[in-house]
Design a protein around this ligand. Structure first.
Ligand code: CP3
Length: 343
C-alpha cells in the first residue's frame, strides 16, 4: 500500500513535500531496452492483458529511474478491447479500429454494449495491479484512462488523425449522436478507472491528449461534462492532462474534480498557476524536445520548470507530454536525481 505521506500524494493534496515528486508520462515503454526485450513477439494489447508482463513493464521504470510513482502499463483503448470492440495498436502508428464509428447507426450499435462488461472482464488488469502495488510498497501507482474526446478522436476516425476532424464534425453536426457516444465512452473509462482503483491504484490520470484541437466553447459544452462523468465518485486524487489546452486551462480543473492539472511545454507554469488559481496542483512541464539537448541546457530548463512551479499551490514534475521513444533513459534518471536534490 502506498503511504499517504508519499510525495506524489502529498502534492496532489496541495502540500509541498520536502522532495518535489517526479514521474514521466510514457515512462514505461519504448525508451527502455528492457521493455523492448520483453515485448519481442507479443502484440501491444496482448501484453497489456497478460498480468505478469503488464506488471513487470510497469515496474521497470520505477526501479531504473527512482521516480515517485509508477504508471500502470496499459493503453487508453484497453477498456474498448475489454468491451469487445475490435482494435489493435499498430507499431509506429497507434490504435486502429476494424469499424470506425461514424454514423448515428454506428453509434447506436456501439453504445448498445453494456459498459459493465468492462468491469466484469477486467480480471487480468486487476491481477497485474495487485502484484504491482505489493512490489511498489510505499510508492504510489497511478491508474489512468482516456478521456471521452481523445478516445472518440480515434474511434470516429478509425485510427490516428491530425486534427480529429471527424469527431469534431460529429460533435458539431449531430450533437445527439456525439453525446450518446461520449456518454458511453465516459462510462467505459469510468469502469476502467474503477477496476484499477479497486485493485490498488492510489491516484488516477485522465488523458485528454487531443483536447487541444477543440475551441474553448466546444470543450466547455461538449467535452467537460463527459470527462467529469468519467471521474464521478472515484475517491482517489485525480490528475487531468491534455496537450495544447492553454486556451481553456481553467476548464481542465473540471470545476474542482481535478486535484492536479497537467500542462504541456507551451505554457510556463507560473503563467498556468495564474490561470488555474490556488485550489489545484500543477503537473509538468519539461519540453520533451529538451531531452535531446546537451545536459547543461536541459539542466537549466529543469531548474526553470522547478522555479516557475513554485507559483502553483504544489508541483509534480513531469514532461509536457510522453517520453519520446528515442530518449536516452539515462537522461531521465539524471532528471529525477536533479529534481530530488534541488531545493
Ligand atoms: O508509462 C506509461 O505511460 C505506459 C502506459 C501508457 C501507454 N499508453 C503505453 C503504450 C499510457 C498511459 C498510454 C496512454 C495512451 N495511449 C495515450 C495518452 C497518452 C499520450 O501519449 O497522450 C494515447 C493517446 C494512446 C494511444 C496510443 N497507444 C498511441 C498514440 C500509441 C503509439 C503508437 C506508436 O507505436 O507510435 C500507443 C501505443 C503504446 N501505448 C505504446 C506504449 C508503450 C507503444 C507500443 C509498443 O511499444 O509497441
Amino acid at each position: 500500500m502506498a503511504s499517504p505521506d508519499a510525495p506524489l500524494l502529498r502534492a496532489l493534496n496541495g502540500d509541498r513535500p520536502e522532495r518535489t515528486p517526479v514521474w514521466f508520462m510514457r515512462q514505461a515503454g519504448r525508451s527502455l531496452p528492457e521493455y523492448r526485450e520483453l515485448r519481442v513477439g507479443t502484440r501491444m494489447l496482448d501484453a497489456c492483458l497478460t498480468p505478469d508482463l503488464a506488471a513487470e513493464i510497469t515496474l521497470q521504470p520505477v526501479r531504473r529511474h527512482g521516480v515517485d510513482a509508477g504508471i500502470f502499463f496499459s493503453d487508453i483503448v484497453v477498456p474498448l478491447r475489454l468491451a469487445g470492440v475490435e482494435v489493435e495498436i499498430e507499431p509506429g502508428r497507434g490504435p486502429v479500429f476494424a469499424s470506425p464509428v461514424r454514423t448515428a447507426a454506428d453509434v447506436d450499435r456501439l453504445t448498445s454494449i453494456d459498459p459493465d462488461v468492462v468491469a466484469q472482464s477486467a480480471g487480468p488488469i486487476k491481477e497485474a495491479i495487485r502484484y504491482v502495488t505489493q512490489e511498489l510498497g510505499d510508492v504510489p501507482l497511478i491508474g489512468f484512462a482516456g478521456a471521452p474526446f481523445t478516445l472518440a478522436a480515434y474511434l470516429v476516425e478509425g485510427g490516428p488523425s491530425k486534427e480529429h476532424m471527424r469527431a469534431r464534425a460529429m460533435m458539431a453536426g449531430d450533437p445527439a449522436s456525439w453525446n450518446k457516444l461520449a456518454g458511453w465512452l465516459a462510462q467505459v473509462s469510468h469502469a476502467f478507472l474503477g477496476a484499477q482503483i479497486e485493485a490498488g491504484a492510489s491516484a488516477v490520470q485522465l488523458f485528454d491528449s487531443w483536447a487541444g484541437s477543440l475551441s474553448p466553447a466546444a470543450y466547455r459544452k461538449s467535452i467537460a461534462p463527459h470527462s467529469t462523468a468519467a471521474l464521478a465518485g472515484h475517491d482517489v486524487p485525480v490528475i487531468h492532462f491534455g496537450v495544447g489546452t492553454g486556451p481553456f486551462l481553467d476548464d481542465m480543473r473540471l470545476g474542482g474534480v481535478a486535484d492536479a492539472v497537467g500542462v504541456d511545454w507551451r505554457m510556463p507554469l507560473d503563467e498556468a498557476a495564474g490561470i488555474v488559481g490556488e485550489d489545484v496542483t500543477l503537473q509538468g512541464n519539461i519540453d520533451p524536445a529538451m531531452l535531446q539537448a546537451p545536459w547543461p541546457t536541459l539542466e537549466a530548463h529543469v531548474r526553470d520548470v522547478l522555479s516557475r512551479g513554485e507559483a502553483a499551490r504544489a508541483h509534480i514534475v513531469n514532461l509536457g507530454h510522453g517520453v519520446p521513444p528515442e530518449t536516452d533513459p539515462d537522461v531521465l534518471t539524471r532528471i529525477v536525481e536533479l529534481v530530488h536534490e534541488a531545493q
